[in-house]
Design a binder for this molecule. Structure first.
Ligand code: PEP
Ligand code: MG
Length: 748
């Protein structure tokens, strides 16, 4: 086989494109492709192996091997030379294939007469599609140019296969992104939903991987890279020097965007006949394959950076920005690698479910999903690469399982499950007017958590007695700039109107940690959860807090007003915040505004320190609310956003419940009203245990009110407290097993 010049390679690609453009069924196309490659490269054999399933490759077309072996010869991933190329994502080039380690002889193919072997992976952005092989009788290694040409051809085939070019009706070839796939992640929020995929970051589709004019393509690439560099510079400026970690990531981006090696390799690909975007993607796939194999965790984590950068460049080149022209389906299920609460809120209540590759139960994005009452599955690895916009999808939040493009039988069973859940909801609706009165006569007040105007109708639907926690920061997160005082006052007034006299506890701005406002300079903090957040920001830079307090006083306009300060770790923070509020009251009075009829000022107990505050503090606060999400993370020193550590510690551990009991006791000594508003209040078993520990008021997501009330009405809290005490006395680390067996014995 003679050496291939660049122009030969370009010619081959053009002929390949023309062949692929001819109308034909998938198999016919593949047959033509193998014969074209064999004749252009002047090899006796050219074969295409594609994945049958995740673990099996199948000979799908060949020129030169025995035709009867097509769709018969199969090998496992890693088996033989073909299997090895697929597994490692690296080419094999050998003059003496039978002498190569791992060689496996496939008698039905008649390949024993071919000595030389060159196999390259067919892959696209971490997606393994198959292997492209050429073989010849004469024992010799293929040249660099030949290898290069075959890799470029493989790239085009991978792109065309992505577009479904080799799939035809009733044919045995595997279709990419078409078969059913199951992802096993973890529960972020229970519930079941059926819908269609909506990708948070849609994938770029390359429709023309072949170029006719390398000069023009190189100019396009250069312009694209220049724009990319300028974008990175702009991002660095916007972030500012304070955020060192982001700066470092962007610095790496900048180095990469300006890397000569990267550009040179892409330009060489263009000289071989690829379009600028196909060259970018080929490089991305190659780097991906290399990094994925790496033992070095740091390098593997850089994958996301490379992907992000390459995707930006692809979007610049193809003009497929965030807006790809796709229409959001009617029942969208959002798929993302990860998402912040602000970005999620932008979707408004349209979503049926959310599936994340990363994500964590304790994050605020999870809290938003929970507030919306939609199922959330986290850690569904690989779904972002596999799912396409519009794919049918079933999300089972209870088990953390996601069915993408499900078989009809699965979908039918799933619909039954959804119907059963709807029935359960009907049962809870019957409970709506009834109080959460336990078997031993305790009445537990059930309130709901909210944060958006759109949450308020749930006050009626759920039967909540009031809003125990209104997270005011959500209003700040959904805007691109700080809302003004009048705008806030109007909003808070509408919230109070919608509550129709029911109590609404407004928690002042709680930003920092994972709640980053898009228009505020991010802080460079090693531990943001322990950093400058919530009331600490409010007291150090009181401008926004004061404006918010004024807005609340004005919104109340003579009605009762409840305000709660978040994250009080030291009583002095509460006193200082209250002082600020009283000054605003005095100012409003001077301006002749109507003051609230009654003002309640409370604090959130979210750090263990506050449980040990002097008695005077418990006398001074009008009420306390336990923010269990933060309290638990600090109690166990386990990041609420880090699934690995978070799951080690049970809310129903003897230690944590013992601590809650201690807080209840301190509040009882002086009759300080106490509630619990963390996520655990919305989990029926946890809620019952909290009530058994003495909490009389729980605030939760609206959808939990029915299930929590249902359980409480069947429970005797004195008995349950006895079971907990018994488990604690026995030295149980978690009281959960004994509690569960007690609850299992309750009558329906
Ligand atoms: C909490 O920490 O439990 C809480 C209710 O506040 P957030 O989840 O908003 O931090
Ligand atoms: Mg909190």
């Amino acid at each position: 086989m003679p050496d291939l010049s660049e122009s030969d390679s370009r010619k081959l690609l053009r002929r390949l494109r023309d062949t692929l453009a001819l109308p034909a069924a998938g198999q016919e196309r593949l047959d033509r492709v193998t014969s074209l490659i064999a004749s252009s490269l002047k090899t006796e054999v050219c074969s295409v192996y594609l994945f049958r399933d995740d673990d099996t490759l199948e000979l799908c077309a060949t020129q030169g091997l025995r035709p009867e072996a097509v769709h018969q010869t199969r090998m496992r991933l890693g088996e033989g030379l073909v299997g090895r190329v697929a597994k490692t994502g690296k080419f094999i080039n050998t003059a003496n294939a039978p002498a190569e380690k791992g060689f496996r002889y496939m008698p039905e193919t008649g390949e024993e007469i071919y000595s030389s072997f060159l196999g390259v992976p067919l892959q696209r952005l971490g997606d393994r599609l198959g292997v492209l092989v050429v073989q010849s009788k004469r024992a010799r290694e293929f040249s660099e140019d030949e290898l290069y040409a075959l890799e470029v051809v493989a790239m085009v085939l991978a792109e065309m296969s992505e577009l479904g070019a080799f799939i035809g009706e009733g044919e045995a070839l595997q279709a990419p992104h078409q078969g059913p796939e199951v992802f096993r992640g973890a529960t972020g929020q229970e519930g079941a939903a059926e819908g269609r995929v909506w990708l948070h970051e849609p994938r770029v589709v390359i429709t023309n991987p072949v170029n006719d004019d390398p000069r023009r393509e190189k100019a396009r690439l250069r312009a694209g890279v220049e724009r990319l560099s300028a974008d990175v510079d702009r991002m660095m400026q916007a972030i500012g020097a304070a955020d060192k970690e982001q700066q470092q990531v962007l610095e790496a981006y900048r180095l990469f965007a300006n890397s000569r090696g990267w550009r040179r390799r892409m330009e060489e690909d263009i000289d071989r006949g690829l379009s600028a975007e196909a060259a970018v993607e080929k490089e991305q796939s190659t780097i991906r394959a290399r990094l994925q194999q790496s033992q070095d965790q740091y390098l593997r984590e850089r994958l996301d950076d490379i992907d992000d950068l390459s995707n930006r460049l692809l979007r610049i080149l193809t003009g497929q920005g965030q807006e790809t022209g796709a229409e959001m389906p009617e029942n969208p299920v959002l798929i993302a690698r990860n998402i912040g609460p602000g970005e999620l809120l932008e979707y408004d209540r349209k979503l049926r479910a959310v599936v994340l590759e990363e994500g964590s139960v304790g994050s605020h994005a999870a809290i938003v999903a929970r507030a919306w009452g939609i199922p959330l599955v986290i850690r569904a690895e690989g779904i972002v690469t596999e799912a396409l916009n519009g794919d049918p999808i079933l999300v089972d939040g209870d088990s953390g399982v996601v069915h993408l493009r499900p078989e009809e039988t699965i979908a039918a069973a799933f619909r039954d499950k959804i119907a059963m859940q709807a029935k359960a909801l009907e049962r809870y609706a019957d409970l709506r007017p009834l109080p959460a009165l336990t078997k031993d006569g305790r009445r537990i007040a059930l309130h709901m958590n909210a944060g958006l105007m759109a949450d308020l109708p749930s006050l009626t639907h759920s039967g909540a007695e009031g809003v125990g926690l209104f997270r005011t920061e959500l209003q700040f997160l959904i805007r691109s700039h700080v809302p003004g005082r009048e705008q806030l006052a109007r909003l808070y007034s509408r919230v109070m109107d919608a509550a129709k006299g029911k109590r609404v506890v407004f928690r002042t701005l709680d930003i920092g940690s994972d709640k980053v406002l898009p228009y505020m300079k991010p802080q460079d903090e090693p531990n943001p959860a322990l950093g400058w957040r919530a009331i600490r920001v409010g007291l150090d830079k009181p401008g926004v807090l004061r404006m918010q307090l004024q807005a609340l006083i004005r919104a109340a306009a003579g009605r009762p007003l409840s305000i709660m300060f978040p994250f009080i770790a030291d009583p002095r923070e509460f006193y200082e915040a209250r002082e600020l509020l009283m000054r605003e009251m005095a100012r409003e009075a001077r301006l002749n505004r109507v003051l609230p009829a009654r003002l309640e000022i409370g604090a959130m107990l979210e750090t263990p320190s506050l449980a040990f505050a002097p008695r005077q503090f418990f006398e001074q606060v009008d009420f306390l609310s336990i923010g269990g999400n933060d309290l638990k993370q600090f109690f166990f020193a386990a990041d609420r956003e880090n699934e690995r550590v978070r799951r080690r510690y049970d809310t129903l551990s003897s230690e944590f419940l013992g601590f809650i009991a201690r807080i209840v006791e301190r509040c009882r000594e002086i009759d300080t009203p106490l509630s619990f508003c963390g996520e655990d209040a919305g989990r029926p078993v946890e809620a019952a245990c909290l009530a058994a520990m003495g909490l009389d008021m729980l605030s939760m997501r609206p959808a939990s009110i029915g299930p929590v009330k249902h359980l409480l009405r069947r429970t005797n809290l004195t008995d349950l407290a006895g079971v907990i005490a018994e488990a604690q006395a026995e030295g149980a680390q978690s009281v959960r097993p004994m509690v569960m067996s007690y609850l299992a014995g309750l009558k329906d």
